[in-house]
Design a protein around this ligand. Structure first.
Ligand code: GLA
Length: 391
């Protein structure tokens, strides 16, 4: 860690000049255990913050310039903007995320009176679906709150600001899960969040005999944002039709039986399948959290497997590579559950693996995946960390 900060500090000094008041911040990525594509359907999610994420060094400026540098995209160089130019643009590249957060702060009356210098370094593999963008948004919020003294903002506010910014500045209609996990994460805990009320509960997730393993397929299929936005629209269409026959605000209000009894009102087969996923996945999430409370890891794992099948067949957000990873995992000894995690169309699977099988899981699945797909997968044994903070 010290070595990382020394490198970041040296780069900061080189680009922006030295200053005793350069502050350090961190915001984590997340992995979702269950409750996928439920967060914009008024359902429940169950993510945890990771110990990987985005680090930032920042300092207020005297003028109105915004100067950004990412040590992950050093070829993009120093990207300069200004408080008077808060509009998204292609040429702004990754800086559209922090700029969107500055813009959202201003929209809510939290106006930065001067610009700032901001250097970041992310440890989340890019395109992995482990929420590098949400961590950057929440990181920026954490920086602004601290530098400009907006101390009345809570971490939940920072999550909402990040989501608003991503929806309205970056054009991705995401739900609240990723930003919430990044802002509100807690060491060794998953967050059981009701996205219709933002009520949440921490659940200790130190499993006695098993570990959570993330497998990165290292594929990212194109048009992810537009396919995601399509799913959202399809769910909205199904909800509007269901509302004609049942008194609900969101798909999260329905249990399976009520859905089955009324699903015929959804005229389009695709929309009906999307809604079925949203309803069943939400109920699975409630059951999974109950199972975990009873320490019934077998049932928890079974529900995780069901989640994958539903995402693959009804929601169609999996991909052949992640299907392969899940199937290999299901057949492997000591695996309690495995499924694609996050927005989908590539990215990672999450698996619950018995301690004494973790090494052979990584070895065997790594080899089978390479043989069949042609490139290596990457594995991370999860450590659950705390949410965003100044360091
Ligand atoms: C992405 C979005 C989240 C959520 C997941 C799917 O990560 O950012 O809001 O919808 O996909 O569960």
């Amino acid at each position: 860690m010290d070595e990382l900060f020394a490198k970041m500090q040296a780069k900061f000094d080189e680009l922006f000049g030295t200053d005793p008041d350069i502050r350090r911040y961190f915001a984590p990525g997340r992995v979702n255990l269950i409750g996928e594509h439920t967060d914009y359907n008024g359902g429940h999610v169950f993510p945890c913050a990771l110990t990987i994420g985005t680090y930032g060094l920042a300092r207020k400026r005297q003028d109105r310039k915004l100067r950004f540098y990412s040590m992950n995209f050093s070829r993009a160089g120093l990207i300069e903007s200004s408080l008077d130019d808060l509009t998204p643009s292609e040429k702004a590249g990754w800086t559209n995320y922090p700029k969107g957060v500055v813009w959202t702060f201003a929209k809510r009356g939290y106006v930065c009176d001067t610009g700032f210098d901001f250097l970041i370094y992310g440890t989340i593999p890019s395109g992995s679906g482990l929420s590098s963008s949400a961590s950057l948004e929440v990181l920026t919020g954490t920086v602004l709150r601290d530098l400009y003294g907006f101390s009345q903002l809570s971490n939940v506010d920072l999550a909402l600001i990040g989501q608003y910014s991503e929806n309205n500045f970056n054009g991705m209609n995401c739900g609240i899960m990723d930003q919430f996990a990044s802002a509100m994460g807690k060491k060794d805990c998953a967050i059981f969040l009701d996205t219709s009320t933002l009520n949440y509960e921490y659940a200790n997730i130190v499993l006695e005999n098993a570990k959570i393993v993330i497998t990165n397929s290292k594929v990212k299929h194109s048009l992810v944002n537009s396919a995601y936005n399509d799913r959202r629209r399809e769910c909205e269409t199904a909800l509007a039709q269901l509302k004609k026959v049942v008194d609900i605000n969101s798909l999260g209000d329905l249990d399976e039986a009520t859905f089955e009894a009324n699903k015929a009102v959804i005229t389009d087969d695709i929309c009906r399948r999307r809604a079925r996923h949203a309803v069943y996945e939400n109920q699975r999430t409630l059951r999974a959290v109950e199972a975990l409370k009873r320490k019934d890891i077998t049932e928890f794992g079974r529900l995780i497997n069901e989640s994958h099948v539903s995402l693959r067949d009804d929601y169609e957000t999996s991909c052949p590579e992640c299907d392969l990873l899940a199937e290999l995992a299901w057949k492997h000894p000591g695996v309690l559950g495995s499924r694609i995690t996050g927005g989908g169309f590539g990215g990672c699977t999450v698996s619950i693996v018995e301690n004494d099988q973790v090494d052979s899981f990584i070895q065997n699945i790594g080899k089978a995946y390479k043989d069949q797909v042609g490139h290596e997968a990457e594995f991370y044994v999860v450590e659950i960390g705390d949410g965003a903070r100044r360091l």
